[in-house]
Design a protein around this ligand. Sequence first.
Ligand SMILES: *Cc1c(COP(=O)(O)O)cnc(C)c1O
Length: 387
Amino acid sequence: MSWNARIEIALDQRRQASAFRRRQPNAGGNGRWLAHDGRRYLNFSGNDYLGLSQHADLIAAWQQGAARFGVGSGGSGHVTGFSATHQQFEAQLAEWQGYRRALLFISGFAANQALLAAMLQAEDRILADKLSHASLLEAAVHSPAQLRRFAHNNPESLRRLLNTPTQGETLVVTEGVFSMDGDAAPLAALHRLTREHGGWLMVDDAHGVGVVGEKGRGSCWQQGIRPELLVLTFGKAFGCSGAAVLCDEATADYLLQFARHLIYSTAMPAAQVCALQASLTCIQQADDLRDKLAANVARFRAGAGQMGLRLTTSSGAIQPLIVGDNQSALTLAQRLREQGLWVSAIRPPTVPPGSARLRLTITAAHQPEDIDILLETLNGCSHRISE
Ligand SMILES: *Cc1c(COP(=O)(O)O)cnc(C)c1O
């Protein structure tokens, strides 16, 4: 088969399954509003849970940082890319989270890939929640270690896997708040079991940090555990981008030797670190925003419940409406868009087959009337969701 034929066949398969993905250029705004093709939409699709991506303090910090440091870091952290500002922010993150060390990564995807690649050897095993994010599962599949998946949020299922014999080390992998379902992992139970078997727990808290836990410290803080490896990402509630791995002293030094994404990739610009520092300050003081988010979510769930929509157990910002087949999810998203609401249909393989959904996200930037508009609009097309 030629390259061209292979590419055409793969594209055709995607089209026939209503799974063809395309991007739509956003002409501005990414908080409450989003502009596209000359029209303004209420945004129920992003991960900017506290609305910080548009915050004046973050914007000013990034601008001032760029004026002071320039826009590029000039190299990997091992060459010129690690500044005193990076060092200071890593120390702030470590102190905030109660760890000895934090290491900055360019993205959560890179952090997860780097971590799994650096930590695991052929005799080891990765035990991952079945619904773990693609960045985790993909890295696990490419790892020389054995990958086994436990049933979603099910400590008993993990226990059965832990009880099977192994030669090497065990790394248990889960998320704090799951990206597509919005539910929280039973972290205390998972951590206890993992430790009983001498393993380490890695938690990816992309959707928990900033939103849950005292002062936004995240899911682990909320549930009273400190996993051996914690990944925080800055593209969601932090309103920016980048990631950090929190760990002990020796593990950080080990990652600086063996995490290839740290060594062979240009470091985050110092100006971006300045914006992240401003974001951290906001997050620590954002109890009012977290309260507003909770009130918006409660308003949505109460209204959706009255309408008879099938909600999940998520009590957080991610409120999926499971539709089922791909085409219905796409049609529904399209109808909402015609009414001025920006909502994404999420289809397999991002979610399990037959569980195509609208992944609605509620944020602190929404006003109560925005939630009411969402509910009224959904009500207009709800026979497609509740049947
Ligand atoms: C978004 C996300 C990532 C990837 O983080 P980026 O910084 O966007 O690369 C990793 N894990 C989970 C659970 C996510 O939702």
